[in-house]
Design a protein around this ligand. Structure first.
Ligand code: G1P
Length: 310
């Protein structure tokens, strides 16, 4: 198999997740004990991919520092999208850094499962999931087993199959050529150059794209949904190192990073605590504590804290 390059667009501002996106891009927000980008890179590595191109923009420094310190074994390249012109434009920024097969995962896409079928199927493929209301997603139109169309956020969707934000292409050059065509045409939707339009262009050129169902896809679009995703992921992956059981009361499921410091706390259920966080005399339930957050004497439920906002 030819080596895949991953492209992860992480330039977006994440306005719906303010104030937590004031100091970092959305992909650096913590869910179930680690930043969203760490969930994504775990999947990318599972697929055997070792070269990753990040399309950065808004608050790029903390992301770059995190990736460099935590993933020194990967070949990482950072390219900048200087203006927020949409996802299609962001991916196009990676053009000079990618040849051969490529795999795109959007920076806010958490999949708690196996992405390998997308790269192992030996075809151009898009991850899809049946959703109740597809109008806020890219939507796939099917004829039998074949994809015959794509539409971005249609008001009258032709199916319930949404694009989840994971795409795999056998030849990046074909995708970039279609992105170029979309950009040259001046076509935008909601003022943004769309990746979905490049997918339609590939279909029009006779390129086959197959759907791969991914049911364990989690959205992190709002703070409420992030807490919900945190709960679901903790139900599946609880991790409470033995050393925290003395001097604290931890009610599973929780995810406590080994490097955290806990003193006299009652935590859980559904509490995740990130790297280097220090909690003293806290009672927390249904809560996300991001890395390096220090809290003392806090009682809360349904709560999110990071080192700036607590
Ligand atoms: C993007 C894509 C859309 C896809 C979605 C998945 O939209 O444009 O096709 O369904 O991600 O999250 P966005 O969420 O950036 O508006």
């Amino acid at each position: 198999m030819k080596e895949y390059t991953a492209i992860i667009p992480v330039a977006g501002k994440g306005v719906r997740l303010l104030p937590f996106t004031q100091h970092c891009p959305k992909t650096m927000l913590s869910v179930a004990g680690k930043p969203i980008i760490a969930h994504i890179l775990q999947q990318v590595e599972q697929c055997g991919i070792r070269k990753v191109v990040f399309v950065v923009g808004y608050q790029k420094e903390p992301l770059i520092a995190y990736v460099r310190s935590h993933y020194p074994h990967l070949e990482t390249i950072f390219v900048e999208q200087k203006e927020p012109k949409g996802l299609g434009h962001a991916i196009y920024m990676a053009k000079n850094a990618v040849t051969g097969p490529c795999f795109i995962v959007l920076g806010d896409t958490i999949i708690d499962g196996d992405l390998r079928p997308l790269v192992a199927c030996g075809k151009n493929a898009v991850g899809v999931k049946t959703v109740e209301d597809p109008r806020r997603f890219g939507v796939v139109e099917m004829k039998g087993d074949l994809i015959v169309g794509f539409e971005e956020k249609p008001q009258q969707p032709k199916s319930n199959l949404a694009l989840i934000g994971a795409y795999s292409f056998l030849e990046a050059g074909q995708l970039f050529s279609c992105l170029e065509e979309v950009i040259a045409s001046g076509k935008t939707i909601k003022n943004e150059i769309q990746l979905t339009d490049a997918l339609s262009c590939l279909l029009q050129r006779g390129v086959e794209i197959v759907p791969v169902k991914m049911n364990d896809w989690f959205d992190c679009g709002t703070l409420e949904i992030m807490l919900q995703t945190n709960r679901v992921l903790l139900e599946r992956h609880s991790h409470i190192p033995e050393k925290f059981q003395t001097n604290n009361h931890i009610i599973p499921p929780c995810w406590i990073d080994e490097s955290a410091v806990l003193e006299n706390c009652v935590l859980g259920p559904h509490v995740s605590v990130g790297e280097g966080a220090v909690l003293k005399n806290c009672r927390l339930e249904d809560t996300i504590i991001s890395s390096q957050t220090e809290l003392e004497g806090k009682s809360a439920q349904h709560f999110i804290a990071d080192k700036y906002t607590k």
